[in-house]
Design a protein. Structure first.
Length: 97
């Protein structure tokens, strides 16, 4: 999978997440009718997520990056000092206390 395709998939996922958040934020009831309401901040954050996702989608579709079509090979070695190994070891040690 190339970087361009990954960026496009991530942008679409974030766009769907932002749209869902916006829809759910509209259902938050107002406690005081003269006030801004409890849904103000979630709505603003959802709109920001949607704007950033659309911008990233447009940029990833139009960008002519020489490394955009380079395939990324994920290292399958989980041993050594890699992050997941350290995380699993930390969880196991904390559970054994």
């Amino acid at each position: 999978m190339t970087n361009k395709i990954r960026d496009m998939i991530c942008s679409v996922i974030m766009l769907v997440f932002g749209a869902g958040m916006l829809i759910l934020a509209r259902d938050i009831p107002h406690k005081i009718q003269s006030d801004v309401g409890s849904a103000y901040v979630p709505t603003v954050i959802a709109i920001c997520i949607i704007v950033v996702a659309v911008a990233k989608l447009v940029l990833s579709m139009t960008k002519k990056d020489p490394f955009a079509n380079k395939k990324i090979v994920i290292d399958q070695d989980w041993g050594g000092d890699s992050g997941p190994s350290f995380l699993c070891s930390s969880i196991c040690l904390s559970l054994n206390r």
